[in-house]
Design a protein around this ligand. Structure first.
Ligand code: F6R
Ligand code: MG
Ligand code: MG
Length: 363
């Protein structure tokens, strides 16, 4: 049976400030999806990371299905109404449109979906991040699917020894390109090492093009034309037997690489893997977090989630992340902690420049 896994996420209000969704929002999202279980949906799970709500849904309607997207949109609209009543912070902030028009893409929420024939045993991991942006998965995706120093299976497991093909999106010019690795590894890295523009959308296994991973690439400011909120991303990865082992997939997060998105979407910070209960950033609105939800699929039913980053073996990574966070913070408003002027989500520069312009003298 072909199963579709859809992960659709949005920040539709949080408390206090941009910290976490209120329990009433999560309750309403659960109720909304529960009504669709058994008809439109096979199963669902409502997760949250930071101030974002993640709707993880399984069904047989395929990718980009209108009814599934409408269900997600309506779920976020209802949660928005509750957020508004409670005067939560940023109520409805990621919903850029108030009427559904066929596909939730381009309406604000982030979308990652994949369809595949369920294997005899189908482990998947859904990753959700907060205080970062699409492109944050480039580094870990490269580690999982192209770096044999991370994924030993690329060398010693015949099923993945042929490597993977990466579909990269140029999110500025809405174009896509495929790179087959390991053959085109250096070309791939030339692009994905600039994650603000080139974002890995899909990964397919060579040579049968079996879908292996998918990420959300929706960038709110590019849709709205100005800063409206944080496009914290989500992704889905298939693991084991024919894919990187789950441990190889998680190992990609053992190094807390720097990502953009901390405080006002304008600072670099380490992406810290953490347990579900620790996924609500507060220091300087951060540092950025990532959670890993492990599921087994059973005829589309979601068995799980398991809190995969709760493992003590990530404690040192967290310690490193906290040290790096502290080191970065000491730069204050200076780059490279703060993003370059033209990449910041917030800037007062046009006003300051207008005020100071006439005072500039030739040197
Ligand atoms: C939100 C985020 C925060 C906000 C900051 C300012 O996810 O990253 O760092 O950007 O708290 O928020 P506003 O402008 O809403 O006061
Ligand atoms: Mg928020
Ligand atoms: Mg967020």
């Amino acid at each position: 049976m072909k199963i579709t896994v859809s992960a659709i996420k949005a920040d539709v209000g949080s408390y206090s400030g941009h910290h976490m969704p209120h329990p009433d929002l999560l309750k309403s999202a659960n109720e909304s999806l529960a009504k669709a279980k058994g008809s439109l949906l096979i199963d669902y799970h409502v997760a949250h990371c930071g101030d974002d709500i993640n709707l993880i849904m399984t069904h047989t309607r395929g990718v980009g299905n209108k009814d599934v997207h409408k269900l997600a949109f309506d779920t976020f609209m209802t949660a928005t109404q509750i957020a508004k009543k409670l005067k939560l912070y940023g109520a409805g902030q990621d919903l850029l449109k108030t009427a559904f028009s066929g596909n939730i893409k381009g309406m604000g929420p982030g979308v990652a979906e994949m369809e595949f024939e369920e294997r005899p045993s189908e482990p998947i991991v859904v990753f959700a991040a907060d205080k970062t942006s699409p492109g944050a998965w480039n580094f870990p995706f490269y580690k999982m699917f192209a770096d044999p120093f991370n994924t030993a299976g690329l060398i010693i497991e015949p099923k993945i020894h042929e490597g993977f093909t990466f579909e990269v999106h140029d999110i500025m010019e809405s174009k896509r390109i495929d790179f087959s690795c390991p053959t085109e590894l250096y070309d791939l890295l030339a692009f994905i090492s600039s994650p603000g523009r080139y974002v890995i959308k899909h990964i397919y296994r060579n040579p049968d093009r079996e879908i292996s991973a998918v990420s959300s690439t929706d960038k709110l400011s590019l849709i709205a034309g100005h800063y409206v909120g944080k496009d914290d991303p989500v992704c889905i990865v298939r693991t084991q037997s024919g894919f990187p082992a789950q441990g190889e997939v998680l190992e990609a997060f053992a190094f807390p690489n720097l990502v953009p998105g901390w405080n006002r979407g304008s600072h670099w910070g380490p992406m810290m893997p953490c347990a579900f209960e620790d996924s609500h950033p507060s220091r300087f609105d951060g540092p950025p977090r990532v959670i890993a939800l492990g599921f087994q699929l059973n005829e589309g039913k979601l068995v799980g989630p398991v809190d995969l980053f709760r493992d003590k073996s990530f404690d040192l990574t967290r310690q490193d992340a906290l040290k790096v966070a502290d080191y970065m913070r000491r730069h204050g408003i200076f780059e490279p902690h703060r993003l370059p002027q033209d990449e910041m989500e917030y800037t007062a520069m046009p006003g300051i420049m207008a005020k100071c312009k006439s005072r500039f003298k030739p040197i």
